[in-house]
Design a protein around this ligand. Structure first.
Ligand code: GLY
Length: 583
């Protein structure tokens, strides 16, 4: 039903509800739909669209714009992202899984040593804060292209809820207030040019109504004139004017040339299922499939270690945490070496997820000691703020969407007159080989800065199919921890048999090769687990933020949906009335 013709026109009448005008005499049946959204406003709008006959893409478009208003730390029109889709009605099964890349691009004026000083040292924070930190935004083009291909409700109607929240305001949550205060402190003194973040966001106070009139006008223009307005119209003009105020690199030519791209998703076969996930320029899909397949290859060895551990009084958590760290070391070494924008570098995706390559990679995994980080190279032949939502409509279509400004509130630069924040995605390039970015991950040639190239990402919107139908829609924010959070959530549901809520709330652990032998965790590990891991030689670090997983899953004969307790998300499974065959 990602089908433009079968839906009768319906009208969104307000933020709070969508009125449906059914054709008289139409017989109705009901089917389940579900979502897991990062806040209550996007949840409300998603439900309105789906119950009014809109499909998963309609709901994603409406929610994507609402989050740009109500979740300003990550929801955006000044950033970019990825959308993994399942189109249940495509005739050819090969065409059912789709991927839309609307990641930001380096401006044409960017160059390899942009963030290095004359001694070739990295200039602190230049790729993170201020005018030079932004890539050319892709979000509006991405939502526009998804809608052009699959939308069934009018574009303009789908933007109305966002416009209303921007005009009339929304109630600020405690976590938004906290993040904004943290960000204000964090950016202080880090930019050589003035930032106007506080001119726009100092009123973000818990429990108060927050209005964004300039953003409302921008969204009105985009609603009226279509997605191209952002790249060619008044919004483009305002964006370029803002860049020219100081040392920004983005020009009108950059905006006019920007294209989102339909790519083939990366597909891995695991446990009788198809894992459909984000291909390069994301490292996420490759990494998640590598982790799942290596785990499967080593399962007998892991089972033996668990039995031995039981005899010695070692908890499962200790053994699994160490085991995951061993797998993750190898995956992040591959990420650093091989992964980059496929329009600029050849990424050997097929080889990296092949059984033969991964069998070799698993040969050196140690179950009883830490493999030396220095010896883990790429195999032969790589507070993070982003936001994710998962939607399944009543016809079995699904959208898994992750989009971002990179850090919370991006670069700290707001486009004056247009009211939206710019991303600081340029930091996801490798600014200097071997020098870690804000997430502590390193990169090399494959991810060096080139004009119009897309920076490497870890965003991993994922859909899992079983017997050709959607079994799971999953994703999360969390920078480099996205990969390990999605991996553990999939394992929690499919192998450990947890409910959706248990799976997203469970403690997660993360290791990414560097810092050496460091495992981060959230929320807690038991004291015994910590002691045992420390005795093995690990450094443990509590990560105050480790994702906000949103999952919809078919399990136990029904659909479940769950939003991570770490965030402010809302999930729901509900019935939608649909036309019966007579109509
Ligand atoms: N900016 C975080 C990511 O794309 O992985």
């Amino acid at each position: 039903m990602l089908d433009k013709v079968c839906v009768k026109r319906r009208y969104i009448t307000s933020v709070i509800g969508v009125a449906c005008y059914f054709v008289s005499g139409m017989a109705l049946a009901s089917q389940q739909a579900a979502f897991a959204m990062p806040d209550k406003y996007s949840a409300k709008v998603t439900k309105s669209v789906l119950t009014s006959g809109g499909n998963a893409v309609d709901a994603a478009v409406a929610a994507g714009f609402v989050l740009a208003v109500t979740y300003p730390e990550a929801g955006n029109i000044g950033g970019g992202g990825f959308m993994t889709l399942f189109n249940a009605s495509a005739e050819n099964t090969r065409d059912r899984a789709l991927f839309l890349d609307y990641r930001e691009k380096a401006p044409k004026a960017a160059f390899k040593t942009l963030y290095l000083d004359k001694n070739r040292d990295v200039i602190p924070y230049r790729s993170l804060v201020g005018y030079q930190a932004s890539g050319v935004p892709g979000t509006v083009k991405g939502l526009w292209m998804a809608h052009q291909r699959f939308g069934s409700m009018p574009w303009s109607d789908l933007l109305q809820p966002a416009i209303q929240y921007a005009e009339q305001g929304f109630l600020v949550s405690e976590s938004l207030d906290r993040t904004a205060k943290w960000y204000q402190k964090w950016i202080a003194g880090k930019s050589k040019t003035p930032l106007n973040f506080l001119d726009y966001f100092s009123d973000l106070q818990k429990g108060t109504l927050f209005k964004q009139p300039e953003l409302a006008r921008t969204l009105q223009r985009i609603a009226k004139e279509g997605g191209e307005e952002f790249y060619q119209g008044e919004t483009a003009r305002l964006l370029v004017k803002e860049m020219q105020r100081y040392d920004g690199l983005i020009t009108l030519k950059d905006l006019q040339a920007y294209q989102a791209v339909w790519r083939k998703p990366v597909v891995g076969y695991w446990q009788g299922r198809q894992i459909i996930s984000a291909p390069p320029p994301s490292s996420g899909g490759v990494a998640i499939i590598q982790l799942l397949k290596m785990k499967a290859l080593l399962q007998p060895k892991l089972d033996r270690a668990l039995q031995e551990g039981k005899k010695e009084g070692l908890s499962e958590q200790v053994i699994k945490t160490h085991f995951y760290a061993e797998l993750e070391k190898r995956v992040y070494a591959d990420r650093a070496f091989y992964l980059g924008d496929p329009d600029f570098v050849d990424v050997p995706v097929k080889e990296l997820i092949s059984n033969s390559y991964l069998s070799k990679r698993t040969q050196t995994v140690l179950l009883d000691a830490i493999s030396e980080s220095e010896k883990i190279k790429y195999g032969k032949i790589e507070t993070p703020e982003t936001t994710h939502f998962s939607i399944m409509d009543s016809q079995g279509n699904a959208v898994s969407n992750t989009y971002t400004l990179n850090m919370p509130f991006g670069s700290g630069v707001v486009v004056r007159g247009a009211g939206f924040l710019m991303n600081n995605e340029m930091d996801d390039f490798s600014t200097k080989p071997g020098v870690a970015n804000i997430f502590g991950v390193v990169g090399g040639k494959a991810n060096e800065i080139v004009p119009e190239k897309r920076m490497l990402s870890s965003m991993s919107p994922t859909i899992i199919l079983k017997d050709g139908k959607v079994e799971m829609v999953v994703g999360t924010p969390g920078g480099s921890t996205i990969i390990t959070s999605v991996f553990q959530t999939v394992v929690n549901v499919i192998e450990e048999g947890m409910t959706a809520q248990e799976a997203v709330d469970a403690t997660r652990v993360h290791h990414q090769l560097l810092p050496k032998d460091q495992i981060s965790y959230n929320p807690e590990l038991s004291d015994d687990t910590k002691t045992a891991l420390q005795l093995m030689g690990y450094q443990l670090k509590k990560n105050s933020y480790m994702g906000d997983v949103q999952v919809v899953v078919q399990q136990r004969g029904g659909i479940s949906a769950a939003s991570d307790k770490r965030g402010r998300g809302v999930s729901e499974v509900f019935k939608v009335q649909i036309k019966d065959a007579l109509n």
